[in-house]
Write a protein that binds this ligand. Structure first.
Ligand SMILES: C[S@@+](CC[C@H](N)C(=O)[O-])C[C@H]1O[C@@H](n2cnc3c(N)ncnc32)[C@H](O)[C@@H]1O
Length: 278
């Protein structure tokens, strides 16, 4: 992607997440907060540490990390979406936290002092960057020697749900091929991603994958949820006059997946990669 293309993609991502900020992770489906908990369990921030939460969104990682580092530590969340940042900053204030803050900043190359964080976490962000390896390299530079990074990405999609994803594929233009990138290229396997993280300068890189059942009461709940986070992008690619038909096609794909009680269960695989600065 050229610089102009990268700039357009950056703006589109910021606006996409501006539109999701109100409902993001707020519809009662256990998702980002659960994955944040498991990421933090592995990167294990301790009281007094300084944590950077890259692409903090609505604070799934930030609030849990703030608890772990306590008032002698601190968490800084950065995000490209002003809506995400404003809402998260308001939540920080409402909770009376003195050890957390959120600010508008690009994660591709954060303008922060080098060697100033004990821990950098990035939960479901790195695949949005125009240059993920360069982003990882810049995060490596922000870590103090001996510091550690925890990066969450998505593992393989639930094959039972492939039909739902395919409904959207015809609407993704070639210029947005990057939207599939979260599961391709350097993200395609644990080995390829670990190599990419190593190539950014990290040592002691290791990944684990964990699969979670995510339950939706019915297809309508899945559809509402899919508008509330990054997946919204696919709905918004559908022209207005095709939206009703796509909605019907999605419902038709979901119907055979329903459990006897009418609910839907999607298996979400998450990859947690832990890496160190020597
Ligand atoms: C899938 S959400 C994850 C949010 C949060 N980390 C979580 O686990 O719930 C991705 C977030 O990354 C942010 N983001 C995407 N590209 C970014 C960039 N270049 N710089 C900073 N934030 C970015 C989005 O605005 C969004 O809030």
């Amino acid at each position: 992607m050229g610089p102009a293309g990268a700039e357009d993609a950056r703006r589109d991502i910021a606006r996409l997440f501006d539109r999701t900020a109100e409902t993001y992770d707020a519809l009662g489906i256990e998702f980002f907060a659960a994955f944040a908990r498991d990421l933090l369990a592995q990167v294990a921030p301790v009281p007094g540490e300084r944590v950077l939460d890259v692409g903090c969104g609505r604070g799934a990682v930030l609030f849990q990390a703030a608890e772990l580092v306590g008032d002698s530590g601190s968490v800084l969340g950065i995000d490209l979406s002003s809506e995400m940042v404003e809402r998260t900053a308001r939540d920080i204030e409402d909770r009376g936290l003195i050890n957390a803050s959120a600010t508008l900043m690009d994660a591709q190359e954060p303008e922060l002092a080098g060697e100033s964080f004990d821990v950098v976490v990035a939960s479901f962000v790195v695949f949005f960057l125009p240059d993920p390896v360069a982003g990882l390299r810049s995060w490596h530079g922000l870590l103090k020697p001996g510091g550690r990074a925890g990066v969450s990405t998505f593992g393989a999609d639930d094959p039972r749900w492939a039909g739902v994803r395919e409904v959207f594929r015809p609407f993704v233009p070639p210029a947005m091929a990057w939207t599939w990138a979260a599961r391709a290229g350097l993200f395609a396997s644990v080995a390829s991603f670990d190599r990419a993280v190593e190539s950014a300068g990290f040592t002691g890189v290791s990944s684990v994958e964990r699969s979670y059942p995510v339950t939706f009461a019915d297809p309508a709940e899945w559809i509402a949820w899919s508008w509330s986070h990054g997946q919204r992008m696919f709905w918004e690619l559908v022209p207005e006059d095709r939206l009703a038909a796509v909605h019907e096609a999605v419902l038709a794909e979901l119907e055979p997946l329903r459990e006897p009680d009418g609910s839907l269960v999607m298996t979400q695989t998450v990859r947690y990669t832990i890496a160190h600065r020597a």
